[in-house]
Design a protein around this ligand. Structure first.
Ligand code: NAD
Length: 351
């Protein structure tokens, strides 16, 4: 049975998302998403915010990330299972929904595995545009899994990075990223150690996956003036940076109540000073104060970034006319006749 025309929910499958990215161009999409997130960070106080709701197991986490403003409600369902990769599954998989605050009806349901990689990279690059030294051109990426090439592309598109140095404990991951970035216009180097990758670069992204307090970077690897973009430490008990690095850095976060639970700063005292990035974007707090300072974006991923991505995708699929129509809502013509709608759908009866 066809959904009634007023009740269908626009749906974006993985295939449709890939079509959309190719229509817009990944670099353009990174710039667009960075601009949407920036716009929403500028109206930070108009959102109803809460730390995400997490269900932990020994091997991973499943999270719901809700947020709303006066007009729209959004949530993302996302997991983090570092052991998945060995079983041929994604470490991070996601889908998300946008709804109308006025009716409560969903107005978009979309895949968000690709979209999370894109919005995370756009967010990282936006933070770096506000915090890294403006002349930054080189970056290291430690952890060359699913997120890595998205990170490289966003930093190229948004910050003007032209050289990327890659390192992963698994050389096959680095070889994959080298192949995928071969025609990107970036100069890309494969490195044999984290130290070789990081030394002398302007920006360092860490995006490894391990459900433990790991030490991907030690203090001696980080030089003055570097900007650190720590993406992989995003869960209680899952961090990437040695504490000494945190103590030397000026730390910027998305939403402090969530990052204190999930970010690198879970290793520090609960009152260690941090700045929420929206305050820097809004001109309410300083970002980098000098060229020698080490700045750290302690990224965990916050619901407003998904809200920005969802509203952007809704506009784009609508204008491209490529959304699918999902029969998700029971919506009888007489709203009180839900039962009658079911009865009329009985086999052999005209609906
Ligand atoms: P992935 O499993 O595809 O890749 C992780 C890579 O890290 C693998 O190639 C692995 O070999 C490598 N690695 C593990 N330990 C390492 C080490 N000590 N040194 C160097 N490399 C190492 O995972 P992914 O999808 O790329 O995600 C990466 C991380 O980013 C995950 O921890 C995920 O939870 C996190 N993440 C954060 C955000 C955010 O908003 N902050 C968003 C998405 C994903």
């Amino acid at each position: 049975m066809q959904p009634s025309p007023r009740a269908y929910v626009p749906f974006v499958s993985v295939d449709t998302m890939m079509q959309l990215v190719h229509r817009i161009g990944l670099r353009q999409m990174m710039r667009d998403l960075a601009a949407c997130i920036e716009e929403d960070f500028l109206r930070w106080t108009s959102f109803d915010k809460t730390p995400r709701v997490a269900a932990h197991s020994d091997v991973g986490v499943i999270e719901l990330m809700p947020v709303a403003d006066d007009a729209l409600y959004a949530f993302k369902y996302v997991n983090g299972h570092p052991k998945n990769m060995k079983d041929g599954l994604q470490t991070v998989a996601a889908f998300g929904l946008l709804a109308d605050m006025n009716t409560g009806y969903p107005v978009l349901l979309t895949e968000m595995t690709l979209l999370t990689a894109i919005r995370t990279a756009a967010m990282s690059a936006l933070a770096a545009r506000h915090l890294a030294r403006p002349e930054s051109r080189t970056m290291a990426i430690v952890g060359n899994g699913a997120q890595a090439e998205f990170q490289a592309t966003a930093f190229q598109a948004v910050c003007g990075i032209d050289t990327v140095r890659l390192y992963d404990i698994d050389p096959a991951a680095t070889a994959k990223a080298m192949r995928n970035l071969a025609h990107s216009g970036l100069t890309v180097h494969a490195c044999h150690t984290a130290e070789e990758a990081v030394e002398g670069t302007d920006i360092v992204t860490t995006c490894t996956a391990d459900k433990q307090f790991a030490t991907i970077l030690t203090d001696n690897l980080v030089g003055s003036g570097q900007h650190l973009n720590a993406v992989g430490g995003d869960c209680p008990g899952k961090t990437e940076l040695h504490q000494d690095i945190l103590r030397r850095s000026e730390i910027f976060v998305e939403y402090a109540p969530q990052t204190r639970i999930e970010g690198e700063i879970q290793q520090l005292d609960p009152d260690h000073p941090v700045t929420e990035l929206w305050q820097v974007v809004s001109g309410l707090a300083p970002g980098r104060s000098n060229a020698r300072q080490i700045t750290l974006f302690d990224s965990v991923g916050f619901a407003i970034e998904d809200f920005s991505a969802l509203r952007y995708i809704k506009e784009q699929v609508q204008s491209a006319g490529i959304e699918e129509k999902l029969d998700l809502l029971a919506d009888p013509e007489d709203p009180r006749d839900l039962f009658g709608m079911l009865q009329r759908a009985a086999p052999g009866l005209a609906a």
